[in-house]
Design a protein around this ligand. Structure first.
Ligand SMILES: Cc1ncc(COP(=O)(O)O)c(C=O)c1O
Length: 354
């Protein structure tokens, strides 16, 4: 606290990111990073961009990157906005498109950055309770609103929402912007990108942090009608002209173009996830259906916090949320390599046996 702070700073409740430990002999399954590392072609492209080019500012419009994203998704560059991680893209979306007289709607259990952006930009919101099975009930979104946002699959539950239900939300809400945050979509959830042509109020966000294993590079994007993209560009150009640096642009283009590597690593993560779920269920865990690179699970007898603490003693870190009450028994576990998963499972077995 300081007398020099503006009023808004006093009132902020900032987002708390998952821990990035300073030691590296841990099995890190707490922030949904990808265990396989980025495409070797992306790493080469980043190295190649380090020489004399760094003297110069990057392209403020990230034209080449937008073209790569547009080509990948079958869209035009006017339907693509890129930014410094999808968090920044989401922040611009809240600022540019979700601030209205009516409250913005999102699930009560969801990505915890959404209420933080509302606080930062003075946006009212209603947190709509997930149903008993932690699923989004689309009828609950059938009410006046200043915009709707939800991740698909949802986080931290991992539960995907069928595309026909996403479309039903769009049909009922033609007068407000509907944002589908697809940070984890490549791990087996159906994308809403193909609905963009029919719904000028739809924005889809994606990131290179998870399925392209480039969390450290900070590149994310939004896809939607050019009118929505123009609004985001206006905010970006009033905030930071160069959100995507030269290294990030070079690496992101190469990663997007290396489709084989991307598909192979995603498939590997999905396969390991399915094996992990089966083995946990056999140890009396309830695991929610996951369409992401993480699972949300609770044990029949042992509390989530206790398991997390014991795992840490064995140098494995997972994520436990102490609120809201409904998710306190659960643990969010990122899908690691096959080897890390074996180690995780044998430690869990040991913890449960004492
Ligand atoms: C649901 C969801 N959306 C967006 C993000 C932000 O990803 P990034 O800023 O790395 O692109 C995350 C990160 O964990 C997330 O879980």
């Amino acid at each position: 606290m300081s007398q020099y702070w503006s009023d808004i700073v006093h009132e902020l409740t900032p987002y708390v990111p998952g821990e990035q430990p300073k030691v590296d002999d841990l099995i890190k399954l707490n922030t949904n990073e990808n265990p396989y590392g980025p495409s070797p072609k992306a790493v080469e492209a980043i190295k190649a961009a380090t020489a004399d080019q760094l003297r110069l500012y990057p392209d403020p419009s990230s034209t080449r990157l937008k073209q790569a994203v547009a080509d990948y998704h079958g869209l035009t560059t006017s339907e693509v906005f890129v930014g410094n991680g999808s968090d920044e893209v989401l922040a611009h979306i809240f600022k540019a498109l979700l601030k209205h007289d009516r409250p913005v709607l999102f699930p009560d259990i969801t990505y915890s950055f959404y209420p933080v952006y509302c606080g930062l930009y003075g946006i009212e919101y209603d947190a709509i309770p997930l149903d008993r099975r932690f699923e989004i009930n689309i009828h609950d979104y059938d009410r006046p609103n200043g915009g709707i946002i939800f991740p698909n699959p949802n986080a931290p539950t991992g539960i995907p929402l069928e595309l026909k239900r996403v479309e039903a939300i769009l049909q009922k809400n033609r007068y407000s912007v509907v944002v589908v945050d697809e940070a984890y979509v490549d791990f087996g959830t159906e994308s809403a990108v193909r609905l963009i042509k029919n719904y000028p109020n739809l924005l889809v966000t994606q990131t290179l942090s998870k399925s392209r294993s480039l969390a450290g590079l900070r590149v994310g994007y939004a896809l939607g009608h050019s009118d929505l993209i123009d609004a985001l560009t206006r905010v970006k150009d009033s905030f930071n002209s160069y959100p995507v640096d030269r290294l990030a642009e070079a690496g992101a283009i190469a990663a997007i173009q290396d489709v084989d590597y991307f598909e192979q690593t995603c498939q590997r993560v999905i396969k390991t996830r399915e094996a992990l779920v089966r083995r946990l269920e056999a140890m009396a865990f309830t695991v929610l259906p996951s369409g992401g690179n993480f699972i949300f699970a609770k044990h029949a007898a042992m509390d989530g916090a206790e398991i997390a603490e014991k795992l840490r003693e064995h140098k494995i870190i997972v994520r436990h949320f102490s609120r809201p009450a409904r998710i306190v028994p659960y643990l969010r576990i990122t899908v690691g390599t096959e080897r890390q998963t074996e180690q995780l499972l044998s430690v869990i077995e040991e913890i449960l046996s004492v």
